[in-house]
Write a protein that binds this ligand. Structure first.
Ligand code: DGL
Length: 278
């Protein structure tokens, strides 16, 4: 066995808060044998309205922390971090930190998949202010599906609703309907809406309620899980560096009990997280 094969660790999954749990859940269903280490920077969420430099700095801190815990591969299960930090980390930081480690995002795999889902090529994107302003979806869609039309709407109050445990409250209805109407008012031809923020599936029931039934609502969980499985198949040198005992651990920068109670509801199992400071 070569030296690198001994250097194994969990796959890191990072989000600003609870949203990445929607990705983790799908990944674990697809790849149950792998070990995962989830990190939610709940104390500093939401990231969505923060500047480019702050999102980059916070994301880099989280990635470095996950590396220090033995992760060789980290998934940014956060569109805002994927939009604002991924490229910098891949191109400028990884070569200095450890060129054998990898960080992957969620935007590119989602854009690759949308070609199979949309019939008309008229795509709606819902995301945080940061993701929408970065135009990351527009840029990626233009590269892969140049004939598609993209309509975008930021939803600045959706992440705070989730992080503050109001996703199922009556107040959420108003803001869910508001942003969906603002998106659909841009075009009557949208046939698919990408939930371009990993928190949004937590609002799915309400999103469905206010979206006409002929429109596809595209969640990222299964897409990212398929894409990760494909990546590990294509990269055996990384696959052998991922530990496989079916164990999943959780870190949060907020209060452990607070994280445990909400994460347990989302994942439908008992969660025992550990507090860390970044
Ligand atoms: N889950 C993050 C995303 O996918 C939410 C960002 C935030 O914290 O505002 O964009």
């Amino acid at each position: 066995m070569n030296k690198q094969a001994h250097n194994i660790g969990p796959i890191g999954v990072f989000d600003s808060g609870y949203g990445g749990l929607t990705i983790l859940d799908a990944i674990r269903k697809k790849l149950p044998q792998y070990n995962f280490l989830y990190l939610g920077d709940n104390a500093r969420a939401p990231y969505g309205s923060r500047s480019f430099n702050i999102v980059y700095r916070f994301t880099l801190e989280a990635v470095k922390y996950l590396f220090s815990q033995g992760c060789n591969l980290v998934i940014l299960a956060c569109n805002t971090a994927s939009a604002k930090a991924l490229r910098n980390i891949q191109q400028n930081d990884l070569p200095n930190i450890d060129p054998t480690k990898r960080v992957l995002g969620v935007i590119r795999p989602t854009v690759e998949k949308i070609g199979e889902i949309s019939r008309s090529g008229n795509i709606g994107i819902l995301g945080t202010t940061g993701t929408i302003q970065s135009k990351s979806y527009d840029i990626e869609i233009e590269k892969i599906h140049p004939k598609f039309n993209v309509f975008s709407q930021s939803c600045p109050l959706w992440v705070p609703l989730v992080e503050n445990q109001e996703a199922n409250g009556e107040g959420a209805d108003f803001f869910v309907q508001k942003y969906i109407n603002q998106l659909l008012n841009q075009s009557a031809d949208i046939d698919s809406i990408i939930l371009g923020c990993t928190h949004y599936p937590i609002l799915l029931d309400k999103i469905r309620k206010y979206t006409p039934s002929h429109i596809n609502i595209v969640e990222q969980g299964a897409i990212i899980a398929d894409s990760l499985a494909d990546y590990l198949n294509r990269h055996p040198e990384m696959n052998i560096r991922c530990s496989k005992n079916g164990i999943c651990s959780y870190l949060t920068t907020e209060d452990e009990d607070k994280f445990n109670s909400l994460a347990s509801i989302f994942l439908n199992e008992k969660i025992d997280s550990k507090h860390i400071d970044l």
